[in-house]
Design a protein around this ligand. Structure first.
Ligand code: SER
Length: 320
């Protein structure tokens, strides 16, 4: 394996925390530089290099690039759907200017590969909602979705025009037990497992029949790393790939939890996030990712629920 130096921007988030651990396992702790807007404690800063980096601060970004000369950059810093609705101007600035800084650095310095996550939020009310295809109407009506769609167009443009090897996945809701999500519409599907164990009940901010696509973190990590490892000539999509794991409603996840936590109860109090969820797909057609870089999920709802609850039980018993 050639020696890679990887910079992760936004490593303290839900995806970054786990991706950093996984990439350090593959490439060696010293070769994966974690960074985030605020100082952190714990494995991110203890097991390998860590830098405080606000991706909007171009001078600081230049210092970090000069210090480590990364061959790959994973740019994960963003405001997610629910948070960006509360602060639309900053959502646009962080999500777009951050991406411009990374793409320009890749172009100017010849950084070999860039990873940038997109989302199912790129779709909108006129998108076909069942088995949403790779290519279809995209009319996002959230700031987050608008920035992700604009970002996809920029990524493709930088690949076509300047040869920047940028790769991307349109993540559905991500579910994992090691890190907490922050500010997304799909976050309920993580919190529900914690509350099932802590309280035996959960009040859901989406209605019981709201079906959304989701992906278990081990599948999300495998998808991301397979895409980054795939030979460049197999990557035909330079905007972002549809990737799916499973789809379920709050009612269905509650039923899956009940198999492991008998008597678990769910109630519903939909809030402003309902409208966001209603504009997104129910399920995703990921056949292009399957054909081009052999993507295949391993976890369905029952398998994920059993694994989540087993691991969360261990975490809670360790803390007790
Ligand atoms: N999980 C994200 C959100 O809910 C979707 O990309 O904002």
């Amino acid at each position: 394996m050639s020696q890679e130096t990887i910079l992760i921007i936004g490593s303290a988030g839900q995806l970054g925390t786990e991706l950093c651990e996984t990439l350090r396992g593959i490439y060696g702790n010293q070769n994966v530089i974690a960074s985030d807007v605020k100082p952190v404690s714990g494995p991110l800063s203890e097991n390998g290099p860590f830098e405080v980096l606000d991706i909007l601060d171009k001078q600081r970004f230049t210092e970090v690039l000069d210090k480590y000369k990364p061959t790959q950059v994973y740019h994960l810093a963003a405001l997610l759907s629910a948070t960006a609705e509360k602060n639309p101007k900053f959502g646009w600035t962080l999500n777009m200017d951050g991406l411009f800084h990374v793409l320009d650095a890749a172009k100017e310095r010849g950084i070999a590969k860039v990873y940038w996550p997109s989302s199912i939020a790129v779709f909108g009310p006129n998108t076909p909602r069942v088995n949403t295809p790779q290519h279809c109407v995209m009319d996002p009506n959230t700031i987050y979705g608008i920035t992700k769609l604009a970002g996809e167009r920029y990524c493709e443009y930088y690949f076509e025009k300047y040869g920047v090897d940028v790769r991307s996945i349109r993540y559905p809701g991500l579910i994992g037990y090691k890190s907490a999500p922050g500010g997304g519409t799909t976050d309920y599907a993580v919190d529900i497992y914690h509350q099932a164990l802590l309280k035996g009940q959960y009040e859901c901010f989406l209605s019981e029949e709201t079906e959304l696509p989701m992906l278990y973190m081990p599948d999300a990590l495998r998808a991301t790393i397979s895409l980054m490892d795939a030979p460049a000539d197999r990557i035909k999509i330079r905007s972002s790939y549809n990737v799916a794991g499973m789809s379920f409603t709050p009612d269905q996840i509650a039923a899956a939890i009940r198999k492991e936590v008998p008597g678990f109860e769910i109630s519903y109090a939909p809030d402003y996030r309902q409208k966001i969820a209603d504009s997104w797909p129910k399920s995703i057609d990921d056949s292009v990712a399957a054909a081009e870089w052999d993507w295949k999920p391993e976890f369905d709802l029952d398998k994920m629920s059993a694994d989540m609850l087993k691991n969360l039980r261990l975490q809670y018993s360790d803390k007790a």
